[in-house]
Design a protein around this ligand. Sequence first.
Ligand code: SAM
Length: 259
Amino acid sequence: MILRPVSAPSFWRRRVVGWLAWLSLAAFGSGHALGAEAARPTPAPDPLYETRPGSFDGIGKWFLGREIAHFMTHQGAMWLERPEREEEEQPARLIEALKLKPGDVVADIGAGSGYLSWRMAKRVAPGGRVYGNDIQPEMLAILRTNVLAHGVTNVVTVQGTVLDPKLPPSSIDLAIFVDVYHECDHPYEFIQALCGALKPGGRLVFVEYRGEEPWIPIKALHKMTEAQVRKEMALHPLEWVETLHFLPRQHVIVFQRKA
Ligand SMILES: C[S@@+](CC[C@H](N)C(=O)[O-])C[C@H]1O[C@@H](n2cnc3c(N)ncnc32)[C@H](O)[C@@H]1O
């Protein structure tokens, strides 16, 4: 066997090739690690909530820097049906943007008087249904009356709790909160339970008055910024899809349940 002396250029060539191979392996490995990191939800804060004396419109409980608002009682149901809402919130344009189709299963979370439930139910017929979900039985009674008055039969009422909407597991194509999420008093637990009810790939939509715009004539705690909604949803197995700005006063923030 002839041992050939290694020339200086070939020695360095081999060293460089070795380093490059090592670097690409490291980059490949860390790429995977970063991917996994990005896919994992942000850890929840500990403690989850802060409590201290609150403001007039709030419950004295904060989540990730936001004070939670009081929920609207059923005595306010008439306000949800105010005629000006057509112009202020443009429900037909909102529902058009959701791209619902016959057969879809929708959860109208905090459905109130059913202002959106019966409108969405018409879009998912035949074959689809809307769960009209709320924590107040009185609201659900008003909802049932309103839905029937519009000749709609594919809305199913579900009374949930502040911790859990009580919807069937992996059953929902689209869950929507219209002017609701800011008043959920256990937002972390509630969204966690709701994620279990969404189908993989199912959409979660928040329609909230834009907290970024002080001119919008709604109390501060009853608005939300996009950044805050996204910060709170980062704790869950959800990915942000898009934020739509076509409504006069609200934004429509869309997430998807990760597979
Ligand atoms: C301002 S109203 C909005 C009603 C309806 N989404 C609409 O746009 O007409 C808020 C509703 O959310 C309900 N709500 C508050 N917290 C809730 C929760 N954790 N789960 C279900 N409903 C809730 C209230 O009972 C109330 O009916």
